[in-house]
Write a protein that binds this ligand. Structure first.
Ligand SMILES: Cc1ncc(COP(=O)(O)O)c(C=O)c1O
Length: 427
């Protein structure tokens, strides 16, 4: 297979060395080829500095009348605006901060569960992380009927298969934007078109897609979306976005004296302010990738934060396609079974996350051998038991996953490939 010209790393305007220099963890000894980014990515120094700065200088409760407390309020307001730029939200009050994506999905499902009435059907998929399935299944107790949108034999969700599942009773479609296990991307704008035509809403799990490509809630035309900061080069925290008019009427838990308006009505209790400050810095880092590019048409500074983020995320996407190409070549030439999109002509349909198996080596042994050679990958069920079943893998042993992001390199892939092929040859 010849490499498409577009994917020649030399032609991709991306300075991986400069980027790696910003991430202290990538220079630690002993060296680690870090291919477990799907479980959480490393952070640039600027994120650490922002967390530190917050803790050292304004570690106080928000909402007070003294300067430090007002600084916390300002930091949270600025962070909401940063997230709004990252995901193209119309209004920063559509963004709520909290613990993680799972707890937001639970909050959302509890609220939706109180609105079922005659529309009581919830569509879930067998590709999703269990966080976006189990919480909806719980609504059966509230009278919900669960409708499964299943992958075809090619381990992809086909939007054509969703259409016949939607009826005048469909309340919501819950699906992922990109699979954390297989790396495949779902055409969520098409999902939203179908769901809205049926009068239903769409809740997206954007956790795995977020570090790899541009989020645009307006283009996705979704109704709710959840993300985790620690997958996007930030600390452990999460956020949820929802359409303002829907959040206004969402029946969430709140103490009586809290106004029934977003984001406060979604943020019961205190969240981790320093991590929100750190996440805002992570967005600043992604923005800097778009501001600092030099190219023919890019001499002018980006017109807005969003424009810088668009440029930064597009350059990540383009560079990551070179990583995906190389990973597929390396995995397939070692004789690995790659699940999901494995054709190098279809790189646009995936991110560089690879779920694979070696025919004669148990996943735990593959991971251990990789670890012995300084390569960090993962084995197990990937919190996706239903997907494992579809792949024919047992819950106990599961599969292997190598998940890359934009600070990974072709050289690292070749190191991984050498360990893999030595293992296959029994060396
Ligand atoms: C696709 C996907 N959804 C949801 C989650 C759960 O996210 P959190 O840990 O923020 O609850 C993960 C975590 O790995 C994930 O990859």
């Amino acid at each position: 297979m010849t490499k498409p010209q577009l994917l020649d790393p030399q032609t991709v305007n991306f300075s991986c060395d400069r980027i790696r220099s910003l991430f202290p963890a990538l220079h630690e000894e002993p060296r680690l080829v870090f291919f477990d980014n799907g479980a959480g990515a490393q952070i640039p120094q600027g994120v650490f500095d922002a967390i530190n700065d917050h803790l050292l200088h304004r570690n106080v409760q928000r909402g007070g009348r003294y300067a430090r407390s007002m600084e916390v309020d300002d930091a949270i307001t600025r962070a909401r605006k940063s997230v709004a730029a990252l995901i193209n939200a119309r209004d920063s009050n559509e963004i709520a901060f909290g613990m993680n994506a799972t707890s937001f999905l639970r909050l959302l499902s509890l609220a939706i569960g109180r609105t079922l009435a005659t529309r009581n059907e919830i569509v879930v998929t067998d590709l999703d992380h269990e966080a976006n399935i189990a919480t909806w299944l719980q609504l059966e107790r509230e009278g919900a009927r669960i409708v499964w949108w299943k992958m075809r034999e090619d381990n992809n969700l086909h939007v054509e298969d969703l259409a016949p599942l939607l009826t005048s009773k469909t309340r919501l479609v819950a699906c992922t934007v990109a699979s954390h296990a297989l790396g495949s991307i779902v055409d969520v704008a098409a999902v939203a078109r179908l769901a809205h035509a049926a009068g239903a809403e769409v809740a997206l799990d954007c956790v795995h897609y977020a570090p790899h490509a541009l989020i645009d809630v307006q283009a996705f035309d979704c109704d709710y979306l959840v993300c985790s900061g620690y997958k996007i080069f930030g600390p452990h925290m999460g956020f949820m976005w929802g359409r303002l008019e829907l959040l206004n009427v969402l029946p969430t838990f709140r103490e009586d004296f809290i106004p029934d308006a977003p984001p406060g009505k979604i943020e019961a209790g205190t969240f981790i302010f320093e991590n929100v400050a750190g996440f805002a810095a992570a967005i600043g880092y992604l923005e800097s990738l778009g501001s600092s590019q030099r190219g023919e048409e890019e001499n002018a500074a980006p017109a807005s934060r969003r424009a810088a983020l668009v440029r930064g995320m597009n350059s990540i996407r383009e560079y990551e396609a070179t990583l995906s190409f190389e990973m597929l070549e390396v995995l397939q030439s070692a004789g690995a079974i790659v699940y999901g999109v494995h054709d190098t002509a279809r790189l646009a349909e995936r991110v560089p996350t690879f779920c694979f198996r070696l025919p004669n080596v148990a996943p735990a042994i593959v991971t251990q051998t990789m670890s012995d050679h300084g390569v960090g990958i993962r084995d197990g069920h990937m919190y996706a038991p239903r997907l494992m079943k579809r792949l024919g893998a047992s819950l106990e042993t599961g599969v292997n996953r190598a998940s890359l992001v934009h600070y990974n390199t072709l050289e690292e892939i070749h190191e991984f490939g050498k360990v893999l092929s030595d293992m296959v040859r029994g060396e």
